[in-house]
Write a new protein. Structure first.
Lengths: 219, 189
């Protein structure tokens, strides 16, 4: 097709465009969808445990704050990465809370080791929490993908990996309220391991899920 | 105020109007962006064939169209456009590298016979109008025989059934028709 013909076709396709909101506001919209859903799932599961003890634990509160901050900053970074000309420093935003989250869990591992010796670092299979993790993550994940697809897929792998990090973090944030407080090594292996696997998997699928498919379809 | 800033302000204003649904502003914007992109692509990928450069320019225009909701009119237009262009050019470079890796350049053209005519890759008659005129000047029987046997590529049996003549008569008509065409076209050439 000649370029002039393409320009005519594109110009004929003009309709009023709904401009995207700034990334931080889009992150707030995402949280407005994800948080009530996560809260509803937590509420339906809370009867299984007594949260009063865990809520009184300062390390638990720090870990939860870091997890929540990771979700928020990863969402902002993911939305930023879909805006052409964005400031690349924004991609580093989730690093600090993620490091705090990992450090907090790592600190717990050391404490368990000092208290219980090698038994405190034993990893057991914990597949029963997989359905809960899937249920709690499904709506935030769908909302995240739908919102990311409205942006420009400049770095689809990185964008989707950051989106997955946000989803996994908000899911973990919710799960901590009803999941039995487990040994820190279990948290490190299963929960943070799950976050890493999800982010890597999303990064691998990024180009298929996002990509410039809409540009190709217009040809 | 320098020329770059003026151009950016002009393009920003066109893009703002385009986002509001003004198709003539959008056409003007794309018409101004296309040569700019052609120049950028040519500067970076001077080794590409003109049609490959044009493909990349079209890719940038399509991506601009797909991503137009991400543009914030409060920000300058050109950095936004160039971010898309860089992304599409990087994808284009990867595509080109993949294609080059799978293609083997072979400079040798195989010759089957020493005669010059046998090594022509494509032979077609250039003056279609003269050919059509020569065909029209043929007697109806010869014209029909050539149409059936040479253009529609029917077998002698099928052509005989279609025209209602014998196979022998068709052979003669084709032979005479081709000779007449050769003479008419040869005389003109």
């Amino acid at each position: 097709m000649e370029t002039q013909e393409l320009i005519k076709r594109l110009a004929a396709d003009t309709s009023t465009v709904r401009r995207l909101h700034p990334p931080w506001r889009r992150a707030v919209f995402w949280l407005a969808i994800a948080l009530p859903y996560v809260a509803a799932v937590v509420r339906s599961k809370l009867m299984m445990v007594d949260p009063s003890q865990t809520l009184a634990d300062p390390r638990f509160m720090i870990e939860q704050a870091a997890t929540f901050a990771t979700a928020v900053t990863a969402a902002i970074a993911a939305f930023c990465s879909t805006v052409p000309g964005f400031d690349r420093r924004m991609l580093l935003l989730p690093l600090a809370p993620l490091a705090l989250w990992i450090a907090s869990v790592g600190h717990g591992c050391v404490q368990d080791w000092l208290r219980f010796g090698a038994d405190g670092l034993a990893i057991r299979p914990d597949w029963e929490c997989l359905p809960s993790a899937t249920i709690i993550g499904i709506v935030p994940a769908i909302a995240m993908v739908a919102m990311l697809r409205r942006g420009a897929p400049l770095y689809p792998r990185l964008t989707l990996a950051l989106g997955a990090l946000a989803v996994a973090a908000i899911g973990n944030f919710g799960m901590q309220f009803f999941h039995f407080r487990d040994a820190s090594i279990m948290m490190l292996f299963w929960h943070l391991g799950n976050v890493a696997v999800l982010s890597l998997l999303a990064g691998w699928l990024g180009a298929h899920v996002l990509g410039w498919h809409h540009a190709k379809a217009a040809r | 105020m320098n020329q770059g800033t003026q151009q950016d302000q002009h393009l920003t204003s066109l893009m703002r109007s385009a986002q509001d649904g003004d198709s003539s502003a959008y056409a003007a914007l794309l018409n101004e962006v296309a040569p700019l992109m052609r120049q950028t692509v040519r500067r970076r990928f001077g080794f590409l064939q003109p049609q490959d450069i044009e493909d990349l320019v079209q890719d940038v225009l399509l991506s601009l169209h797909a991503a137009r909701s991400t543009y914030d009119p409060a920000r300058p237009f050109l950095p936004w456009l160039m971010a898309i262009a860089r992304n599409r050019m990087a994808d284009g470079a990867r595509r080109h590298a993949r294609r080059s890796a799978n293609e083997v350049a072979d400079g040798r053209l195989l010759e089957t016979f020493p005669a010059e005519d046998t090594n022509m890759l494509l032979s077609r008659y250039g003056d279609a109008e003269a050919l059509a005129q020569a065909m029209a000047d043929l007697p109806p029987g010869q014209r029909q025989a050539i149409e059936l046997l040479k253009l529609r590529e029917l077998s002698l049996k099928e052509a005989a059934a279609a025209s209602g003549t014998s196979v022998g008569a068709l052979k003669v008509a084709v032979h005479r028709g081709i000779a007449a065409l050769r003479k008419a076209l040869g005389a003109k050439g």
